[in-house]
Design a protein around this ligand. Structure first.
Ligand code: FMN
Length: 247
């Protein structure tokens, strides 16, 4: 299976970043693209089919486009693999930290970034005819394609394998929902009860049946009753809960 790639981008100043996007798609027509400018405010794309998510943007006020970051924040999930793609007017060294931050918060990985200067007429630069005229140039554009080709050669297969593992994990989790706090408490109580039973043989006849008092206590808590450690009738029971909060 070949890795699937999508480019999620915004290029609002001079279309500089879009030049890199277009070159990547020309070299790899199988790549899908999503221009964030075409999405509604509450419209979020499904990135789950993609092994590689390229996030492209000009740098505006030292950051990736805020709508690009918002969509990333909403759509990325654990195990996603991201490449940053950017053009900028000034120095490159601090760019991309914000995208990295969003990836970390979503437990996705910013694997690498490619960036180059882009024509910039923002603010005072307009008065002097702009900075970085002619950028990205052909060398910048070819560099972006070569960068992606190398990434694909180095990581393509690995990312497909890792995604299969995630898909399996997802399928397992869907088949074995963890449940809420009280489901877990009940499970623990049942385990304890079974262990007590398992120690049996030596037990008195009263203990040969599983001790279900802990289970009953959990069920009482789930039903919203006050329960003390010694049983449901103790007056100074501190535990109170609402079952609906935990389902
Ligand atoms: C509002 C605005 C703010 C910008 N802020 C920065 C900046 O903080 N640092 C920088 O290096 N370039 C900055 N730039 C220049 C752009 O990053 C550069 O022109 C980029 O190539 C634009 O990409 P685009 O044409 O794809 O939008 C800014 C440009 C604009 C319009």
């Amino acid at each position: 299976m070949d890795p699937r790639t999508v480019i999620l981008y915004r290029s609002k100043h001079h279309g500089n970043t879009k030049k890199l996007v277009d070159a990547l798609v020309t070299a790899h027509p199988e790549i899908d693209t999503i221009d964030v400018a075409t999405l509604g405010k509450e419209e979020y794309p499904d990135l789950s089919p993609y092994h590689i998510i390229i996030v492209g943007s000009g740098i505006y006020y030292t950051k990736f486009d805020k709508d690009v970051l918002r969509v990333c924040d909403h759509c990325l999930r654990d195990g996603d693999n991201v490449i940053g793609l950017m053009t900028y007017g000034g120095a490159a060294k601090f760019n991309g930290g914000d995208l990295d931050g969003v990836c970390r918060m979503k437990m996705a990985t910013l694997m690498c970034t490619y960036g180059c200067p882009g024509f910039d007429t923002f603010g005072p630069y307009k008065l002097v005819g702009g900075m970085n005229k002619g950028r990205p140039n052909q060398e910048d554009i070819d560099g972006a394609v070569a960068f992606y080709d190398k990434f694909l050669a180095d990581y393509g297969e690995i990312l497909v394998e890792e995604r299969l593992k995630r898909d399996k994990r997802d399928a397992f989790n869907a088949a074995h929902p963890a449940g809420g706090l009280f489901t877990n408490l009940k499970r623990s109580a049942k385990k304890i009860a079974n262990r007590v039973k398992g120690e049996g043989g030596k037990e008195t006849s009263a203990k040969t049946e599983p001790d279900t008092s802990a289970v009953a206590a959990c069920e009482s808590v789930a039903a919203g009753e006050s329960v003390a450690a010694g049983g449901a009738d103790e007056p100074n029971a501190p535990i109170k809960s609402n079952a609906s909060e935990n389902q």
